[in-house]
Write a protein that binds this ligand. Structure first.
Ligand SMILES: NC(=O)c1ccc[n+]([C@@H]2O[C@H](COP(=O)([O-])OP(=O)(O)OC[C@H]3O[C@@H](n4cnc5c(N)ncnc54)[C@H](OP(=O)(O)O)[C@@H]3O)[C@@H](O)[C@H]2O)c1
Length: 243
């Protein structure tokens, strides 16, 4: 049985991924902070659960002890997604700590066991905001770090048999925008686009597509958009406030 660790398992993409791996018969350790949601997920899916903040260094030991062959680094926050101006220093720090530092640390702690067992797959949840210009410099920077980390890690690990996949979603209907701290009005506007967003299950299916691929196939980067979303364009706005 494949052993899978999923971080950020209490909501959205993480919860859908736990469900999909359990339906496929895998042994799952689901990690997040909200204990009530973890208990419900354990009851529903039979996943093992562990309540922890990904910033807590003791999590690394727990995950390494589980000996996963798949680590899905999914936990993340949308701090600053509505713009950097006015973002408090602690919000900036949290975005980098949760989206980048914790992901790198957990991966580093998991790799030695994977290399020893000669089997392992790291799946990092990035974002289109890490690949393309958007109006979210802080969030985009954190996800761009996930992108180049994934690219370089693949290079570091070549020859070990380990695989690294980065999944970069566009707009997904999840708890993400509710959890993002910032200007309420702007977030509400972002929430009422009227488009058909991706479902977390769509991203879970992509993650399983990558990890189910034969061992000689490394699905490197997956960029997944709702059909109703596209990226690109040039911004122009007079700085005298007339437009
Ligand atoms: N939704 C989108 O449109 C979208 C687009 C591109 C990329 N993404 C990325 O997709 C990933 C999942 O987001 P989502 O859309 O599924 O959002 P979500 O519904 O808000 O889920 C985020 C999950 O991360 C967990 N989490 C947050 N901070 C944590 C911490 N410090 N320690 C442990 N767990 C933590 C939350 O659980 P607890 O609060 O219980 O800890 C929750 O389970 C994120 O990396 C996000 O950046 C989302």
């Amino acid at each position: 049985m494949t052993r899978v660790v999923v971080t950020g398992a209490t909501s959205g993409i993480g919860a859908a991924t736990v469900r999909s791996y359990r339906e496929a018969g895998h042994d799952v350790l689901a990690v997040a902070r909200r204990k009530d949601r973890l208990a419900a997920l354990a009851e529903e899916t039979g996943a093992q659960v562990f309540a922890a903040d990904v910033r807590d260094d003791t999590l690394s030991e727990k995950v390494a002890d589980f000996e996963p062959s798949i680590l899905v680094n999914n936990a993340g926050v949308g701090h600053g997604i509505d713009g950097l101006v006015g973002a408090a220093p602690h919000i900036i720090q949290e975005a980098i700590d949760i989206n980048v530092s914790s992901l790198v640390k957990l991966t580093a702690a998991t790799l030695p066991g994977m290399i020893k067992r000669r089997t392992g797959h790291i799946v990092n949840i990035g974002s289109i905001a890490g690949l393309h210009t958007a109006v979210s410099s802080l969030y985009g920077a954190s996800k761009a770090a996930v992108h180049i980390f994934s690219q370089n890690l693949r290079n570091e690990l070549v020859g070990t048999g380990l695989r690294v996949t980065e999944v970069c979603p566009g707009r997904v209907a999840s708890g993400f925008y509710d959890a993002a701290k910032g200007d309420r009005e702007r977030l509400d506007a972002m929430n009422t686009t009227g488009i058909r967003e991706l479902d977390p299950k769509d991203i879970a299916a992509a993650i399983l597509f990558a990890t189910d691929a034969p061992a000689h196939v490394n699905v490197a980067t997956l960029e997944i958009l709702p059909t109703d979303q596209a990226i690109g364009g040039v911004k122009m706005k007079a700085s005298d406030g007339t437009t």
